[in-house]
Design a protein around this ligand. Structure first.
Ligand SMILES: NC(=O)c1ccc[n+]([C@@H]2O[C@H](COP(=O)([O-])OP(=O)(O)OC[C@H]3O[C@@H](n4cnc5c(N)ncnc54)[C@H](O)[C@@H]3O)[C@@H](O)[C@H]2O)c1
Length: 338
């Protein structure tokens, strides 16, 4: 299939390009490079068959979208382009609604104009909010606790209404848990521009000497070691979920959400110990009080994705930490050195 990948130069998008091309799909990237560099695509081309059409532009720009639709004529879209920092979303709510919801609306309008009827959307486990029960299944109530989570839920609702308004449309909503890890080549990986918002890249930057110590927020949660537990998913497994979702759009109509996680959770201390095994060093840590809005634990029930998409995660925790360390140690300054 011909697949337009918005935000394809980003962390998850770049890994997904490789998996899509490995399955024979033709890909095209639309990215405005607010959180990426074109060097990513140079590396992805070198790792795959080399053919990636790319456009520099904003997913909210109708003229740019029409140009991409006309030139590339996609059969389907994988929509990664968006903003993802929970803390920043509280300070810049309008920007987040504009990019994450407005961008999705603009894209769907352009798809309608081009008669493109299949989309896969990057949603997030943050749509669930405080758990009524764990693991979360897709029927769990959605009560996002942040602006970011609400933009994702709102985009899900727009996509669901779009997909059900005509008989031949398909929208697959993938609710990611905590993506970590890097490609086995160590040529592409997560490269945060500022202070990392997520645990794994932060630990990796401590290990490489860019930061002094990991701050652990809260050691008195109701978890076995008192630190917060999350369901971490290897980015290559996550990328493959998009390939499975693309196949699914060919067989189904309407909209359907899927949890994309492993079904297992690890604490902050578990992650630190696993990373120490991978890099052979001690990771310095310091303790701080809980952060407002953080929950004790979260974990996916990925049974629906297994049953309906035929997808399940195959990488374990050591594969996640080893690949992160391989990427970080081979690229201490990320893509900056390119
Ligand atoms: N990484 C995570 O922890 C996580 C978890 C759940 C959901 N998600 C979602 O998955 C998607 C991809 O996440 P990621 O981690 O790869 O993030 P990323 O920032 O690495 O990738 C997003 C890409 O979109 C591009 N982009 C941003 N705004 C754009 C715009 N207006 N027009 C065109 N391009 C634009 C950026 O330059 C970047 O290349 C996002 O929508 C994010 O919200 C990520």
């Amino acid at each position: 299939m011909r697949v337009l990948v918005t935000g394809g130069a980003g962390y998850i998008g770049s890994h997904t390009l490789i998996e899509l091309m490995a399955q024979g799909h033709e890909v095209c990237v639309l990215d405005n490079y607010t959180n990426a560099t074109p060097a990513v695509l140079t590396r992805v081309r070198a790792l795959s068959n080399g053919k990636i059409a790319d456009f520099k532009g904003d997913v909210r720009d109708p003229a740019m979208l029409d140009r991409v639709m006309q030139d590339f004529a996609p059969d389907a879209v994988v929509h990664f382009a968006g903003l993802k920092a929970v803390g920043e979303s509280q300070q810049k709510p309008l920007t987040y609604y504009d990019v994450n919801v407005g961008g999705t609306l603009a894209l769907l309008h352009a798809m309608d104009r081009a008669d493109c009827r299949k989309i896969i959307f990057s949603s997030s486990a943050t749509v669930y909010g405080e758990p009524d029960y764990l693991p979360y299944d897709e029927a769990h109530p959605t009560r996002p606790a942040s602006v970011y989570g609400r933009t994702k839920l709102m985009a899900e609702q727009v996509l669901t209404d779009w997909a059900t308004a005509a008989p031949d449309r398909s929208a697959v909503i993938l609710r990611y848990f905590n993506p970590v890890g890097a490609h086995a080549s160590a040529r592409i990986g997560e490269d945060p521009k500022d202070i990392p918002n997520n645990l794994m890249p932060y630990i990796a930057q401590v290990a490489i000497g860019l930061r002094q110590a990991l701050t652990i927020y809260g050691d008195d949660y109701d978890t076995p070691d008192g630190t917060g537990q999350r369901d971490y998913i290897h980015v290559v497994d996550l990328a493959r979920a998009h390939v499975a979702a693309l196949d699914y759009t060919c067989k189904t109509c309407g909209a359907r959400p899927f949890n994309i996680g492993t079904g297992q959770s690890y604490s902050v201390i578990d992650m630190v110990r696993a990373f120490e095994r991978a890099c052979g060093q001690t990771i310095p840590t310091q303790q701080a009080p809980r952060r407002a809005g953080d929950i004790a634990a979260m974990q996916a029930n990925p049974a629906r994705a297994r049953a309906e998409l035929g997808w399940q995660a195959t990488h374990d925790l050591d594969a996640m930490t080893a690949s992160t360390w391989a990427w970080q140690s081979a690229n201490p300054k990320g893509y900056d050195a390119c």
